[in-house]
Design a protein around this ligand. Structure first.
Ligand SMILES: [Zn+2]
Length: 181
């Protein structure tokens, strides 16, 4: 263990050429897209004159979701997408819009949580995004994530939205109500 640690530190300055095992496989060029990872490095050995690209990548840290019963499962963007798709079923929300929500929530989750994230935090993030796109989809999603216990919970969630619609359009839209059922 100690040996490999020491080797890892030395590698910052010197990488032995993997071909001739003699020369310094030194970096002559580094490239990365948008300044992020992976970083590709062009290396060249002055002894055998071989050249190659090496790739430096951040090792993935598995993010776990803490569920309501305190059990953990791996964070799964595909599962997130399925949940949003279900809420947006037959609603005027494109696959592209759903995909962009998944990406935004994913990057937010990785930026703000390390190792573990409560399922509730993910739900709140998704709701924020879905709310801006489609109110029916939002209520559907909220009903699953917040687990409405009875009708009054549901009304509590929907009422402020009806107020917003009223304020914007002057009157309540009948079509929206019919779709909710
Ligand atoms: Zn070499």
């Amino acid at each position: 263990m100690m040996g490999s640690q020491a080797a890892a530190i030395r590698a910052q300055e010197f990488m032995r050429c993997p071909f001739c095992r003699a020369g310094d496989f030194a970096v002559i060029d580094s490239r990365s897209q948008d300044g992020g990872f992976p970083i590709r490095r062009r290396r060249r050995c002055p002894k055998c004159m071989r050249r190659a690209w090496t790739v430096e990548q951040i090792e993935e840290i598995p993010l776990k979701v803490i569920k309501k019963d305190e059990s953990r499962e791996p964070f799964d963007p595909a599962k997130l997408r399925r949940g949003i798709e279900k809420a947006c079923y037959k609603r005027p929300v494109s696959s592209e819009q759903i995909e962009s929500i998944v990406r935004e929530v994913e990057s937010d989750v990785y930026a703000n949580h390390f190792a573990e994230v409560p399922v509730r935090a993910i739900g709140e993030l998704v709701m924020e995004h879905v709310k801006k796109l489609d109110q029916i989809a939002y209520v559907r999603f909220a009903s699953v994530y917040r687990e409405f216990k009875d009708v009054s919970d549901f009304v509590q969630e929907v009422e402020p939205m009806l107020g917003e619609v009223k304020g914007k359009n002057g009157k309540r839209r009948k079509k929206g109500r019919a779709d909710a059922e």
